[in-house]
Design a protein around this ligand. Structure first.
Ligand code: LMR
Length: 396
């Protein structure tokens, strides 16, 4: 019966990792999937996570089922982390939340929840957005639309056009926003721009859906939550998907959070029951291991401080790599001014070069990054930056 199905092209991001693994060129460079790498190209287990694993091994006495909402301590700690300690919506019992299998799990569960509540709601996503937003939300049966976001020619946000489009969004429609470190462009809204988005949401009644996958990789763990907190503090309803893949380095453990800020406590109870029923219908309950690790870290002052230092170190290193790339590109005589790369934030930069050039640099030099021209900054290091810059300049 399955012969009726067509074979599909590889995933635009994960497919690159497979192609990279198969490439036998010893000088290949991987700037594809969004995974942090150290100077030696390794993705180490963070020291705070390793310490939490040791503690968990000592403490855990059973592998019996957990509940559909996941590890409650994890949920409470994550809400404090992303919304700030003592957040008024949390204190007013207005926030429904479940631990989810990664940020992807959160996005899907929340899309299914929206579908249950308002099947006709359109979900507006930035143009461009993370490639996997489209199937995660679209396959839940929701209609997608795009709002203008990034101008490749000037390598900057088209904010006026974005706002003009958002002003046309219908009440009850959903607008997906990247909380920080926009994936794929690395171009983030300023505080003033977040304020304007808030005002348009207040005028039109659209519901923000904030995807927060890179908290701490932009400016700081606190500053990166600015936009999300502004919306949560000033709107009755906000939908939130958060991930611990990057900032805790827990990629394969699939640790995320799906949360909904509701208008009041009574609605919170309804939404909590609905999200849990969505989760039960898809995967029953989340894997507990990663959530327990994050819970151990965030429940312990010393481990929290250690983890924060590690996040700060990763962020600082990525900032240095941005400078290193720009300097090397200019040193190799690039006619294109790449200084915008230094202004972009987080793990990704959009090099604003054509897909044919991206494929050419892959074929000729085994440099792997997404066709859109998104590069994973963390894949750069002192040894590969010069050949990388040479390869890029030679195809441009
Ligand atoms: C990325 O954008 O590269 C990451 O979020 C990994 C993924 O699943 O696509």
């Amino acid at each position: 019966m399955f012969t009726v199905l067509p074979a599909l092209a590889p995933d635009p991001i994960l497919g690159l990792s497979a192609a990279y693994r198969e490439d036998t060129n010893p000088n290949k460079i991987d700037l594809g999937v969004g995974v942090y790498k150290d100077e030696n190209g390794n993705t180490p287990i963070m020291a705070a996570v390793a310490a939490a694993q040791t503690k968990l091994l000592e403490q855990e006495t059973s592998k019996t089922y957990i509940t559909p909402q996941g590890v409650q301590g994890y949920i409470d700690n994550m809400l404090s982390l992303i919304l700030g300690k003592g957040n008024t919506a949390v204190l007013a019992d207005r926030v429904a939340a479940v631990q989810s299998p990664g940020g992807c799990g959160a996005l899907r569960v929340l899309a299914e929840l929206v579908k249950r509540a308002t099947p006709d709601a359109k979900v507006w996503v930035s143009d461009p957005t993370w490639a996997n937003h489209i199937p995660l939300i679209g396959d839940a049966g929701l209609e997608l639309a795009k709002y203008p976001y990034f101008d490749k020619a000037s390598a900057s946000i088209k904010f006026d056009e974005m706002i003009d489009t958002l002003k046309q969004v219908k009440k009850g429609d959903i607008v997906l926003l990247h909380g920080c470190c926009h994936n794929p462009t690395g171009a983030d809204l300023t505080k003033e721009q977040w304020q304007s988005v808030l005002e348009v949401a207040q005028q039109t009644g659209f519901i923000p859906f904030v995807d927060l996958a890179y908290l701490g990789f932009g400016d700081s763990l606190e500053e990166d939550a600015y936009g999300l907190r502004l919306l949560v503090d000033n709107l009755p309803e906000v939908i939130i998907a958060a991930s611990c893949s990057k900032n805790f380095g827990l990629y394969r453990e699939r640790v995320g959070l799906a949360a909904v800020v509701c208008a009041d406590s009574a609605t919170r109870k309804i939404v909590q029951s609905q999200i849990q029923s969505v989760a039960r219908a898809i995967y029953s309950m989340p894997p507990s291991y990663g959530g327990q690790l994050v819970n151990i870290i965030l429940s312990d002052e010393t481990l929290t401080a250690q983890w924060q230092d590690e996040v700060n170190e990763m962020r600082d290193r990525m900032k240095t790599l941005r400078q290193l790339l720009v300097t090397n590109l200019h040193k190799q005589g690039s006619s294109k001014d790449f200084s915008f790369v230094e202004q972009q934030k987080g793990m990704f930069s959009y090099l604003c070069i054509e897909p044919e050039k991206v494929r050419e640099v892959r074929e000729k030099f085994s440099v792997y990054f997404v066709d859109s021209s998104r590069v994973n900054i963390a894949g750069i290091n002192k040894n590969n930056v010069e050949p990388l810059a040479k390869a890029l300049v030679s195809v441009l």
